[in-house]
Design a protein around this ligand. Sequence first.
Ligand code: NAP
Length: 250
Amino acid sequence: MDTNQVAIVTGSSRGIGASTAKLLARNGFSVCINYVSDAGAAKSVRDQIIADGGHAMVVQADVSSADDVARLFSTVDAELGRLSVLVNNAGILMTQCRLEDISEERFLQVLKTNVMGCFLCSKEAIKRMSTDNGGTGGAIVNVSSVAARSGSPNEYVDYAASKGAIDTLTRGLALEVAAQGIRVNAVRPGLIHTEMHASGGESNRVDRLQSKIPMQRGGQPEEIAEAILWLATDKSSFVTGSFIDPSGGL
Ligand code: NAP
């Protein structure tokens, strides 16, 4: 078990992020729960962690805003201490449609949240973790998707393209900071039972597609959290620039 370590999990008011925050807390991390709009859900995750004997705080911040991200990290500096783990989990998708029906504004918003958010948070994390800057190292885990491989035709090519960018960013950044004590890896979940699918206009999407999954079922957020935990801790101490695909074989 890791003790006295600090983790930020972006977008952890629900779904995969909430499960990850709770699992990190059970493994001794002080966790910053981040959300953009649902304060009640974020506080409920924090309360569950505290009731379970863990340590957690909540910070509202839009990961696509540089000012918000700077405030998120400085709040954690002041209230939790030295950061050792960043999980870039916050992500959005929008109503299923074909590419010709995606507006320029929508495409930009998806890229801003999913890619710019990861970029801005990683930048703040590196400033604190890098041994070149007097830090003691750390781990960044990005949450990509099988969509980076499938391309999500007829559903959300914009979302899939953002996850392709995350994969490339993961690889490049991992190599860039490997000698500075920072490991950078990603998980690429398959179809997971969360509220995200309602944003695409199909809340039962996982059930509809489960017969196409080799394991014949969707995944649970807790199953993704386990992969993230492994990449976040010293159990994966020689792993960087790598991907875990918890997808039931997709
Ligand atoms: P979810 O249930 O929709 O939760 C999304 C989380 O992100 C919420 O906590 C939300 O906060 C937060 N968020 C959204 N925009 C934000 C922003 N601009 N700044 C900060 N936080 C923001 O999603 P999920 O299914 O758990 O997905 C989590 C990650 O896994 C995403 O990156 C997603 O692409 C990836 N993923 C999911 C699946 C799947 O099948 N579910 C598959 C592959 C990959 P609020 O509650 O305040 O809105």
